[in-house]
Design a binder for this molecule. Structure first.
Ligand code: NAP
Length: 295
């Protein structure tokens, strides 16, 4: 079996096209969703992520406010900016680009965001609501994985999903979303990590396998069963002298070998990545609707 490649760029483009229409409809009612972006320091990858997020806003007609602060910014200055955005009615979503510089307390900053504007879904109120199945902002990468599965026609209900990785931003929230007693959940979920004994024994039982590890070739062909649907969240740089920049991006899965056994698989790049920014846009529009009393 050779897998169908799930085109994350296309799925993201489809969702953005729908969202663009929705934003245009909101504009006619005088509602313009707004995203406040905060970036501290000069990490090049963070700058390019933030630029991509602001471009997505522009493309969709979402107002974005760019706050790029120097690395020496103090915790108090950052908290004051978050407070200002919490109070600003033009801002429906606040995005603090991570990681923050080492001298900052990341949790204090994220927990300082008004949960009504927590479009990244990292605030404990958002996480708690998600766990108990209340409506809230779902964290963007796992939410993107969920949409990739749904829009690719993968049956989640009753499936055994094995997630490799238990981070707060991917593995844990995704496990919680998929185990919900709901039409987009009802899966049986196994979460694996570095202390898992015999990882392959678990991954071979997966109907749906999600890799969110951060290490190339963690999932090889002998670790999956025929017909598995594979979502590769990992983004890793590997040296490649044939590329101008000296490296290429790969996921956590041995794509070429695993695609010969899987029924569906996401590539890296072009799989989960485009979905993450798209779900941030979805959450920002949702927040604007809630603020206007129409969500
Ligand atoms: P993370 O916080 O470093 O977590 C990695 C997880 O993988 C941990 O739970 C770790 O276990 C587990 N792990 C590491 N090596 C393992 C191994 N050999 N066997 C089994 N489990 C192992 O990473 P993250 O933030 O979740 O990100 C994971 C990957 O996804 C990274 O490559 C990241 O760049 C990528 N990512 C992509 C997007 C996107 O939009 N495409 C968004 C977020 C993240 P322990 O808990 O035991 O340490």
């Amino acid at each position: 079996m050779t897998a169908k490649i799930i085109d994350g760029k296309q799925v993201a483009a489809d969702i953005r096209a729908e969202l663009k229409d929705e934003v245009a409809g909101l504009a006619k009612q005088g509602i313009v969703p707004g995203l406040g972006v905060i970036l501290v320091g000069d990490d090049p990858a963070s700058h390019s992520y933030v630029t991509a997020k602001e471009r997505a806003c522009e493309e969709l007609g979402i107002y974005s406010e760019d706050n790029r602060l120097p690395a020496e910014t103090t915790q108090d200055e950052l908290m004051a900016l978050v407070g200002k955005m919490n109070a600003d009615p033009r801002i429906n979503g606040i995005l603090v680009q991570l990681p923050l510089p080492k001298h900052m307390n990341e949790s204090e900053v994220l927990f300082g965001i008004d949960p009504a504007k927590d479009v990244d879904g990292f605030h404990p109120v958002s996480v708690g609501k998600m766990v108990v199945g209340e409506e809230t902002f779902l964290s963007c990468t796992p939410h993107g994985v969920l949409h990739l599965l749904l829009r690719s026609g993968v049956t989640i209900e009753g499936s055994h999903v094995v997630i490799v990785g238990r981070s707060n931003i991917v593995g844990k929230p995704l496990a919680n979303m998929l185990v919900q007693k709901s039409s987009t959940g009802n899966a049986t979920v196994t979460v694996c990590h570095t202390r898992t004994k015999d990882l392959a024994e678990h991954t071979r039982q997966a109907d749906i396998l999600v890799a969110a590890v951060g290490r190339p070739n963690t999932i090889t062909a002998d670790m999956v069963q025929d017909g598995v649907a594979v979502i590769d969240v990992g983004v890793n740089r590997v040296d490649d002298a044939t590329k101008k920049r000296g490296y290429r991006l790969v996921g956590d899965v041995d794509f070429e070998a695993v695609k010969e056994k899987a029924s569906l698989i996401t590539p890296v790049p072009g799989g989960v990545g485009p979905m993450t920014i798209t779900m941030l846009m979805v959450n920002t529009v949702e927040s604007a609707k809630r603020a206007a009393g129409i969500g």
